[in-house]
Design a protein around this ligand. Structure first.
Ligand code: ARG
Length: 704
């Protein structure tokens, strides 16, 4: 049996580190000793000859890495997939290896040009022959895997490499006889690790330490119970011994300088075919189209990065670059993913960026019926804030009631199909909900170079911000508020109690009084503190004029709550002259509707506070209808809720002293949101001042 096993090697006559194509070669150019390399190579050759036959391919001048015959190709039975090297530094080896394979009677398959694949360095057969593990991420392209499955008629499991030190699969992964696996888990992404764990039972997985990994312990040659490698720690040797393997160490330090060791220096050329296994590959590909200011807005980078970050790979099929500053570009991108789930994840994110399926390719979305009220089918498409269209009967149908975090239900009416966003809890038995991601597109405003530069304003929050920048953004907001008011539009404010604590009450009151606010959303607290301030001059017991705590002041807010409860409602308390001023007072006086959503504190609530959260959500949604602008003033949770209820296209201004909150709220990937990191009281005072300026005679003479 043993004497039938054959390896291919290539003597190091021309071996050297001549260039850098992996991190190990860095700093090692011409630093290896040819004599020592020859000696080490011969030792390995010798060891192997004790256990198998070794064939030799003639070394070629000018191709120093040809010693690494693992990269010649991948073979199974009498078929070979020839390597297509990623780096030109090694591409010249291809014809020599091809010649050798042909001379031995193998059928040689060649991949399309520009589809890199580095042979047995990146593809390792399960030693039982049940499947092929294939790596991608650095040297080999995911798209090569379906070819391997087809030509070698075997199941291919794609593993993504993520640590550049372990750029070839055989540097961190070594299937052993008896179903064992020697490997270094951190070299793989989490999805790949999960797949490894699903295929190889825990008792057969031998995970090694980083110290062993950097000694190339995984780059081992396994012949039956013998494992040949550069070096192994005692504990690794022990673990292998416990599993029934004998380790033979043979130093290969000269080859480590080029990023290779025992396994790389050999290619097993006898790999028997298992009759019962057949081609199977879970790699999926799809083509998507991106349009817009792809370069200016960074959209193309974001799209390609997200594909790779999620474990997929891409090929840009064509890119039409808009030639003028104002013209848009278009790109068709082939996306590949190692599995269906990953493909869906990637495409979902691409849809959010505005990617569309190529025209006419998909005629109908996939629909599944709701079988339990309030519960969507698994795999339902989750909506975003962006206007969305879906394919039904080969037409794009606009989704109604667009909002985030919903499902899309499609109804077939005599007037044609209707698609609607629905909250999970509103789904009814018999509704048909879109599942998967096929046939869905979001319509995104394209963002040009100019627009992108003015997105986030910060003040007091980071080193780069300046007062002037906040003033600029306040000027802009004031101007827009003015426009909206004058044309009878709608502005909604969400506000937290901090507005009151920071002295913003008088300014917000003015905005309401002067008609700049059409609805107010908050919780119990803003109203309590506002009324406390209006009635007692304190906010949570702190004197607002002097900034000091008032004796017994901590009870003020409870007194206030109690009093309003006695009057039955805020409006009634205002009518009765109990509340003399403030934000709530102005709302009542000016007929500005408000919705106070809940309280988790057990100190009240005010009679107006809606403690049924679903009702409160409905109240918010109602007041948000038709809003053109939303001012989010230091209330993270209510603002997040509001953000989710609001479709793209509504301008949102998020003000908070905490940059993280501002980023979270304004990071909707849309050009309509502006973040301002500053004290909200200060912001409101600047805003009111700015509005005053807009109405002053001085300003009028300037603009008329
Ligand atoms: N210098 C070679 C390269 O970077 C080393 C190849 C090692 N081979 C292997 N199968 N891991 O391509």
């Amino acid at each position: 049996m043993t004497d039938q096993i054959r390896f291919l090697m290539c003597a190091p006559d021309h071996y050297d580190v001549d260039y850098v194509i992996n991190p190990w070669m860095e700093g090692n150019i011409h630093k290896s000793s040819r004599d020592r390399a020859v000696e080490q190579w011969q030792k390995l050759h010798h060891v192997l000859k004790d256990h198998a036959l070794v064939d030799l391919v003639k070394p070629q001048q000018g191709w120093p890495d040809m010693v690494f015959t693992a990269n010649a190709g991948l073979l199974l039975g009498k078929n070979v997939v020839l390597s297509r090297f990623y780096h030109k530094e090694r591409q010249g080896e291809e014809p020599y290896f091809k010649e050798w394979f042909e001379s031995q009677g193998y059928t040689v398959y060649e991949l399309p040009k520009d589809l890199p694949f580095e042979g047995a360095g990146d593809a390792l057969l399960d030693r039982e022959g049940r499947w092929l593990w294939a790596g991608y991420g650095f040297r080999s392209e995911l798209d090569s895997h379906p070819y391997l499955a087809k030509w070698l008629d075997i199941e291919v499991l794609s593993l993504r490499l993520i640590d550049e030190r372990f750029y070839h699969l055989d540097t961190c992964f070594c299937p052993l006889a008896g179903g064992y696996l020697l490997y270094y888990p951190p070299a793989f992404d989490s999805y790949s690790n999960r797949m490894i764990e699903m295929r190889v039972p825990a008792e057969k997985r031998i995970a090694i330490s980083e110290a062993d990994a950097v000694n190339f312990a995984c780059n081992a040659v396994n012949v039956d119970s013998v494992v040949v490698m550069n070096k192994a720690s005692d504990s690794l040797k022990q673990r292998l011994a416990d599993a029934g393997f004998r380790v033979i160490e043979t130093p290969l330090t000269e080859f480590l300088k080029a990023g290779g060791a025992a396994k790389c220096l050999t290619l097993r050329v006898t790999e028997p075919v298992q009759v019962e296994v057949h081609a199977n590959v879970s790699v999926e590909s799809r083509t998507i189209r991106l349009e817009g200011h792809l370069l200016d807005s960074g959209l193309i980078n974001r799209a390609l990065d997200l594909i790779v970050d999620n474990g997929g790979s891409f090929q840009v099929l064509n890119f039409n670059l808009g030639e003028q500053r104002q013209s848009t570009s278009a790109a068709d991108v082939k996306v590949s993913a190692p599995s269906h789930d990953i493909m869906e994840e990637i495409v979902t994110q691409l849809i959010d960026l505005g990617a569309v399926p190529p025209p006419q390719e998909i005629c109908d979305v996939n629909l599944e019926p709701v079988t339990q009220a309030g519960v969507a089918p698994d795999d339902f498409y989750v909506t975003t804030i962006y206007p969305t269209e879906v394919r039904v009967h080969c037409e794009w149908v606009k989704v109604q009631n667009q909002r985030m975090d919903g499902a899309i239900a499609v109804n077939f009416t005599p007037d044609g199909p209707i698609a609607k966003c629905k909250l999970l809890r509103d789904l009814e038995i018999g509704d048909h909900v879109i599942v998967g991601v096929e046939g869905i597109r979001t319509v995104r405003k394209t963002e040009s170079r100019e627009q992108r530069n003015t997105q986030e304003f910060t003040f007091m929050g980071s080193g780069v911000s300046s007062e002037r920048r906040v003033e600029l953004v306040v000027e802009q907001i004031a101007w827009e508020l003015r426009q909206i008011r004058d044309r009878g539009g709608k502005v909604v404010v969400t506000a937290g109690p901090v507005v009151i604590h920071t002295g913003g009450a008088e300014h917000l009151s003015r905005l309401i009084r002067e008609g700049y606010v059409q609805a107010l959303l908050g919780g119990n607290a803003i109203a309590v503190h506002d009324i406390e301030q209006a009635m007692m001059g304190t906010s949570l017991g702190v004197d607002m004029k002097r900034g000091v705590a008032v004796r017994g002041g901590h009870r003020h807010h409870l007194k206030v709550i109690n009093l309003i409860r006695r009057y039955g409602s805020i409006a009634n308390a205002v009518e009765q002259g109990i509340i003399p001023s403030g934000v709530m007072y102005e709302c009542v006086r000016n007929n500005v509707p408000f919705c106070l959503a809940g309280s988790i504190r057990d100190d009240g609530p005010l009679p107006d506070t809606e403690m049924d959260l679903i009702k409160a959500q409905q109240g918010y949604a109602k007041l948000l209808e038709g809003a053109e602008m939303i001012l989010m003033l230091s209330s993270m949770l209510h603002s997040i809720g509001v953000g989710n209820m609001t479709p793209a296209g509504v301008k949102m201004v998020c003000v908070d002293i905490n940059p993280a909150v501002v980023t979270k709220l304004s990071d909707r990937g849309s050009i309509e949101s502006v973040g301002v990191v500053t004290d909200v009281g200060l912001f409101l005072s600047l805003l009111v001042k700015q509005l005053d300026k807009l109405t002053s005679p001085y300003h009028l003479t300037q603009t008329v």
